[in-house]
Design a protein around this ligand. Structure first.
Ligand SMILES: Nc1nc2c(c(=O)[nH]1)N=C([C@H](O)[C@H](O)COP(=O)(O)OP(=O)(O)OP(=O)(O)O)CN2
Length: 170
C-alpha cells in the first residue's frame, strides 16, 4: 500500500505473524464495583509500519520488525496481567505476593506469576497502547528505518481487537 505525500513517497508494511501472540490471564474492570472473573485469552498482535523506502526499495528489513514485536509478545506470554494505573484497583506488593484490592475485597497473587503493566485496564485497547508505546519508546523500531507512523492492533479473539497509533511529530 503506497501513499504519496508530495515530496516523499511513503510505504506501509503490515505484519501479523503467528509468533506475534501471547497467552495471558486477566480480568476486565468495568466500573468501581464490577469486574469479570479471572480468565485468559490468546492475544494476537498486528503491526502496521509506515515510512520512507530507501533507494533499494526497502523500508528496513521487516525481519527486524518481526523480531522486535515477537520479543515484546514473548515478554507477556503466560503471565497474569494486572493494570498498574487502574482508577479502581489498588495494588500492594510485599515481595512475595501482589495484593489487588477491588471493591472492598483483596485478590492475592504470587509475585512470580504476575506482571503489572503501566496501563489503566487489561483491555485490547490498553494493551495496544502499551505495545505501541513500547515500540516507540524502546527506539528499536524507529532505528530500523525512517518511520512516520505505527499502528498496533491487539485481538483477544476472532472478530474483536483494539488499535493504537503513533505518528511522527504528532
Ligand atoms: N472495550 C473493551 N471491552 C471488553 C474487553 C476489552 O478488551 N475492551 N474485554 C472483555 C473481556 O476480555 C471479555 O473476557 C471478552 O469476552 P468475549 O467478548 O466473550 O471474548 P470471546 O473471545 O469469548 O468472544 P465471544 O464473542 O464470546 O466468542 C470484555 N469487554
Amino acid at each position: 500500500m503506497t501513499a504519496s505525500t508530495g515530496e516523499r513517497e511513503l510505504v506501509t508494511i503490515e505484519l501479523y505473524k503467528e509468533a506475534m501472540k501471547f497467552s495471558a490471564g486477566h480480568f476486565t474492570i468495568f466500573s468501581a464495583d464490577r469486574r469479570e472473573r479471572m480468565h485468559g485469552h490468546n492475544f494476537a498482535v498486528q503491526v502496521s509500519i509506515t515510512g520512507e523506502p530507501d533507494d533499494n526499495g526497502m523500508m528496513g528489513d521487516y525481519g527486524q520488525f518481526k523480531r522486535i514485536v515477537s520479543g515484546l509478545c514473548a515478554g507477556l506470554d503466560e503471565w497474569f496481567l494486572l493494570p498498574g494505573r487502574s482508577p479502581h484497583l489498588k495494588l500492594r506488593d510485599d515481595g512475595e505476593c501482589v495484593y489487588a484490592e477491588f471493591a472492598g475485597r483483596t485478590l492475592p497473587f504470587l509475585r512470580s506469576e504476575v506482571q503489572v503493566l503501566p496501563i489503566r485496564n487489561i483491555t485490547v485497547e490498553e494493551l495496544a497502547r502499551y505495545l505501541c508505546a513500547r515500540l516507540v519508546d524502546d527506539g528499536q523500531v524507529l532505528a530500523v528505518a525512517p518511520i512516520h507512523a505505527l499502528t498496533v492492533k491487539v485481538s483477544s479473539g476472532p472478530g474483536q481487537l483494539g488499535a493504537a497509533s503513533w505518528r511522527r511529530g504528532a
